[in-house]
Ligand binder design. Structure first.
Ligand SMILES: [Zn+2]
Length: 64
């Protein structure tokens, strides 16, 4: 999830809503914004995925 804002000069900023990090600022086109967003390696999301995986493994272990 990203929050995009537009500057007065028409360029874009984008911020990651998971880690609240500014992914990019003063980007001229939406295509570039999308490219930079897809390149963002989010530490928060990586952690969340890891926890989800561990929870799933724990839940599976409890069933057996
Ligand atoms: Zn992030």
């Amino acid at each position: 999830m990203y929050s995009r804002t537009q500057n007065e000069n028409g360029t874009y900023n984008t911020r990651c809503l998971d880690c609240m990090m500014t992914v990019a600022s003063s980007i001229e086109t939406e295509d570039d914004v999308e490219r930079l967003e897809s390149r963002h390696m989010c530490p928060e999301r990586a952690l969340a995925q890891l926890l989800t995986k561990e929870t799933a493994i724990a839940a599976q272990a409890q069933r057996n």
